[in-house]
Design a protein around this ligand. Structure first.
Ligand code: AMP
Ligand code: TRP
Length: 332
């Protein structure tokens, strides 16, 4: 049951649904890179979750490699386990078994399902409904201790714990109970076009000026920031409104500066001075990532080989858990 290292096992899952933005980078990826040596990490690219809503096959393939390449380019070490969910069949196999132990009522209460299915409930896929059971399988297969997620995923981790406990009670100690690892005070980057809303992939799809993407070219970054919402005041003044605060937050997070410093730096300055400084900082942070990304994507075969290699190394661990469960329920 114990992993080979003494570091706690962390499992994180990210959907290859395209368009990683500055919020994902500053709020998540950058912290994972910073903390990667503290944990025994598994970074899973959850393509099976992505197909719970309609996808263009070519785009899915592309987004999957993009995500892997952006991770490596951002500084996730090649020694960390990063793999594609569908490369390890045990995920789908355990998910099925868990689905047979998760009551419909639990799944019906999931807010993400309610939001994603919306008024199209009858037409949304059975996969979208069963999604939390697949996520539970991802986590439970590796005896995970911590799962870094956003607040929105807390309910799914609770369901994971509930189904694990239910099966442990019935069959003995099958699973390690995971805990969510939710950033206490991570960056919360807001939309450039509307600083009342969190920067998100879905809003970005509707309004191109909403988000800066990690792979945006410098001139695109400048254009989006030039149009970002500010305040009705003639210059930067404190307390600043949400638009200016968001720009300062982006700047501050990238530069690692505290509020007092940025207030002194920009108080009384024009919005264009602020926006230029934010653009410079964002471009400086993203340019090396984009360069490494392009290098990595020139050799997709090597990237796929890397992902396959990680999947091969993880498969025995996943299969050990799967077998334990299969035996417990009477499937072998
Ligand atoms: P998502 O794109 O919602 O699946 O989020 C992936 C990761 O990025 C999660 O850890 C989120 O908490 C983080 N994240 C998403 N949007 C933002 C944002 N606007 N600001 C900060 N972190 C974010
Ligand atoms: N549901 C998660 C999200 O949309 C993605 C995910 C799938 C995940 N499996 C996971 C996250 C396992 C953490 C652990 O963000």
């Amino acid at each position: 049951m114990q992993s080979a290292t003494t570091k706690p096992r962390v499992f994180s899952g990210i959907q290859p649904s395209g368009g990683l933005h500055l919020g994902n980078y500053l709020g998540a990826i950058r912290n994972w890179v910073r903390d990667q040596d503290k944990y025994d990490n598994i970074f899973c690219i959850v393509d099976l979750h992505t197909i719970t809503v309609p996808q263009d096959p070519a785009a899915l393939r592309e987004n999957t490699l993009d995500l892997a390449a952006v991770y490596l380019a951002s500084g996730i070490s090649k020694t960390q386990a990063m793999f594609i969910q569908s490369h390890i069949p045990a995920h789908a196999e355990l998910a099925w078994i868990l689905e047979c132990f998760v009551p419909m009522g639990w799944l019906e209460r999931m807010t993400q399902f309610k939001e994603k299915s919306g008024r199209e409930r009858e037409r949304s896929s059975a996969g979208l409904f069963a999604y939390p059971a697949l996520m539970a399988a991802d986590i439970l297969l590796y005896d995970t201790r911590y799962v870094p997620v956003g607040e929105d995923q807390r309910q799914h981790i609770e369901l994971t714990r509930d189904v694990a406990q239910r099966m442990n009670q019935r069959f003995g100690e099958l699973f390690t109970l995971p805990e969510p690892m939710i950033q206490a005070a991570g960056a919360r980057i807001m939309g450039l076009d509307d600083p009342q809303k969190k920067m998100s992939k879905s809003l970005a799809a509707e309004a191109p000026g909403h988000a800066i993407f990690i792979l945006d070219a410098p001139e695109v970054v400048r254009r989006k920031l030039a149009r970002a919402q500010t305040d009705a005041q003639p210059e930067v003044r404190f307390p600043a409104g949400p638009g200016v605060t968001n720009l300062l937050e982006i700047y501050r997070t990238i530069q690692g500066k505290d509020w007092a410093t940025v207030e002194k730096e920009f108080g009384g300055k024009s919005y264009s001075v602020l926006k230029t400084a934010v653009a410079d900082a964002v471009i400086e942070a993203l340019t090396p990532i984009q360069q490494r990304y392009r290098e990595i994507r020139t050799d997709d075969a090597a990237l796929v080989q890397h992902l396959r290699g990680a999947a091969e190394r993880l498969t025995p661990t996943a299969n050990t858990t799967l077998r334990r469960v299969q035996e417990a329920v009477g499937l072998r």
